[in-house]
Design a protein around this ligand. Structure first.
Ligand code: G6P
Length: 362
């Protein structure tokens, strides 16, 4: 209950929850470490994951965006094919399923009706189910065969922040433990890498003034805003755009860098803000090209790059972390950007119009 949880010195729950992210990362590492400090996940769950021929991630909203990152982590580390579906579509338009699917439901609240509808349906079909949720004892947790907890602590602000990063961290742990049990990614030290992520998040949470100034410069008067990125960055762009839409009501869209020219570039006018993420070495060159394309059309570029890939003129540089884990930190400036944009525009940050924290109707 919101009234039970103190905001402390924070003006809004959202800001408090953004700031809690480094702590949540450390809690998650602890919660999933065994007595020897090795990451460990319930062996029944690892068996279910490694015996499946394909994983189906089912989720809505921000949790869906975490699922998109999760697919990359699981496929790259554990080499198990993954599909990610929006719950409300999956239930009425089910794809052809593989022979041995495992369904993974990602839900902060564990109460989302659209996701539950899928759970009920796939259970009827006799398939195994795993819920990743922040709320022990929630409906989706009780009704699934297995549960993995997010350990993010109560999330009160309607716009999800720490649950998103917690979801990605737990997906990374699931991917890593599954990978190791299959004999892959032996030299990947996720405990160490997540520790570095927590430190990087702390640095970012200490950069509020700089990000508030960015929100002021780019988002005070604009009607719209585009977010572009490639590979991992693309999925974070979807989430960054959603955050901005949800709380500031600025029309925002996340695009794959290479797709922009196939239509959306028509919407770039003089001064249109385009936030570009550049945290992926392999595509750094091509996202830089996409930035040039929009600048030629008059866009006001805001490049957020990762240390080591940064170039002159970038607006903000985030600390370096492992390439697979960049979403955990690149999302932080986007969360703060949305927060300050909403604040400057006089919006109700914690309770945006028309939105509910959890949607319990289909
Ligand atoms: C609502 C919230 C979103 C959230 C989505 C899924 O629409 O406003 O912030 O991402 O539900 O919620 P869940 O609890 O299933 O993660």
């Amino acid at each position: 209950d919101a009234s039970d949880i103190e905001k402390g010195t924070y003006p809004h729950y959202m800001l408090k929850e953004i700031d809690e992210q480094p702590l949540v990362m450390r809690k998650i590492i602890q919660a999933y470490q065994d007595i020897n400090g090795k990451l460990s996940v319930d062996s029944q769950i690892i068996d279910a994951v490694t015996e499946a021929d394909r994983l189906y991630i089912i989720a809505c909203g921000t949790s869906y965006h975490a699922g998109l990152v999760g697919k990359q982590l699981i496929e790259k580390l554990a080499k198990i094919p993954v599909e990610v579906h929006v719950s409300s579509e999956f239930v009425y338009n089910m794809p052809l399923l593989s022979e041995k699917p495992l369904f993974i439901f990602i839900s902060q609240s564990g109460e989302t009706a659209d996701s539950r509808a899928v759970l009920v349906k796939v259970k009827e079909l006799g398939y195994k189910t795993l819920t990743m949720t922040n709320v022990p004892g929630s409906t989706l947790s009780r009704e699934a065969d297995y549960t993995l907890l997010l350990h993010a602590g109560p999330e009160i602000a309607v716009a999800s922040t720490k649950a998103y990063t917690a979801q990605i961290a737990v997906l990374a742990i699931l991917a890593d433990v599954a990978a190791k049990s299959r004999g892959f990614s032996e030299d990947f030290d996720l405990v160490h890498e997540l520790g570095l992520v927590a430190n990087a998040m702390e640095v970012l949470c200490g950069s509020k003034e700089e990000i508030e100034q960015m929100a002021y410069d780019y988002l005070t008067v604009t009607r719209n805003c585009f977010f572009i990125g490639r590979s991992m960055d693309y999925f974070v762009c979807l989430e960054g755009a959603l955050k901005l839409k949800e709380i500031s009501y600025i029309q925002a869209e996340g695009f794959a860098g290479g797709e922009l020219k196939h239509g959306t570039i028509a919407l770039i006018e003089d001064g249109t803000p385009v936030v570009a993420l550049a945290t992926q070495k392999d595509v750094n060159w091509s996202i830089r090209g996409n930035v040039k394309e929009v600048v030629t059309r008059g866009a006001n570029p805001c490049v957020i790059s990762m240390k080591g890939l940064n170039e002159e003129g970038d607006r903000f540089v985030i600390p370096h972390v492992h390439e697979l884990l960049t979403p955990l930190i690149s999302v932080v400036p986007l969360q703060l950007l949305a927060y300050y944009a909403a604040l400057h525009r006089g919006c109700d940050v914690d309770k945006p119009r028309n939105l509910a924290k959890s949607v319990t109707v289909e």
